[in-house]
Design a protein around this ligand. Structure first.
Ligand SMILES: Nc1ncnc2c1ncn2[C@@H]1O[C@H](COP(=O)(O)OP(=O)(O)OP(=O)(O)O)[C@@H](O)[C@H]1O
Ligand SMILES: [Mg+2]
Length: 220
């Protein structure tokens, strides 16, 4: 069996004192280097699953293994996340008053990368996503597609082995969505990273190695 980037075992996530069961026992294995699409209706638990896999939140029950390490045994999830995971959120959550290049530098600050090196790498990443001409623009002046590409560059800043994208093309037109996916696929190809994309878009899922379908907090 090939090495696994992600393994979850009977993952359960309940919110609001247990009245909402967002995940009802999800076991999934993702080999290193795979491009996995996750589809399913609104509220089916896709974002919840991504957040647990990306160490943004802890499960109510069950296990998440990242690169062979059990996350619940890790004291410092922030550090694991900063080193190993790149997130692209549906609403990009760039810091609005910072420029593109400053936004891309943020994850590198967490790892103590020196300023000049940060700036060089952020700049190269923005070139790679086709935003070399928008490096100095503050986030609020960027279009939705540009913000999403800055967010991809930011996700790649610390060369993560795992890239998680939650509906990265959800908020843009189909041409821009195509550019965003091309950026993600290029990033995956050039780094060998594992890529998990939550999407409602069948065109995106078609490009994936495999698609998981969720419903009511379970895999179908
Ligand atoms: N922080 C939270 N507190 C309480 N309930 C939550 C929280 N986050 C998610 N939920 C609930 O958990 C369920 C799954 O939510 P989740 O965001 O994972 O769905 P999703 O599949 O990503 O949906 P969408 O396609 O709309 O983004 C929903 O019923 C949602 O209302
Ligand atoms: Mg969601």
């Amino acid at each position: 069996m090939s090495e696994l980037a992600v393994r979850t075992v009977d993952l359960v996530k309940r919110y609001e004192g247990g009245s909402i069961e967002a995940l009802a026992g999800v076991s999934v294995q993702v080999p290193k280097g795979e491009f996995l699409a996750v589809m399913g209706p609104s509220g089916s638990g896709k974002s919840t699953l991504l957040n647990l896999v990306g160490a943004l939140d802890r499960p109510t029950e069950g296990e998440v293994w990242l690169n062979g390490r059990l996350l619940s045994a890790e004291r410092d999830l922030d550090s694991v996340r900063a080193r190993e995971v790149g997130f692209v959120f549906q609403l990009h959550n760039l810091l609005p008053t910072l420029t593109s290049v400053e936004n891309v530098e943020i994850p590198m600050m967490a790892l103590g990368v020196p300023r000049a090196e940060r700036r060089d790498r952020a700049s190269a990443l923005l070139d790679a996503v086709g935003l070399g001409h928008r490096k100095g623009a503050v986030a609020t002046r960027l279009s939705g597609g540009e913000r999403q590409r800055v967010s991809i560059a930011r996700a790649l800043a610390n060369s993560p082995g795992l890239i998680l994208a939650d509906e990265p093309t959800g908020d843009v037109d189909s041409r821009t969505g195509g550019q965003i996916m091309a950026c993600l696929l290029e990033a995956r190809q050039s780094t060998g990273a594992t890529l998990i994309v939550v999407t409602h878009n069948p065109d995106v899922a078609r490009e994936a190695d495999r698609t998981l379908h969720m419903k009511d907090g379970r895999l179908q």
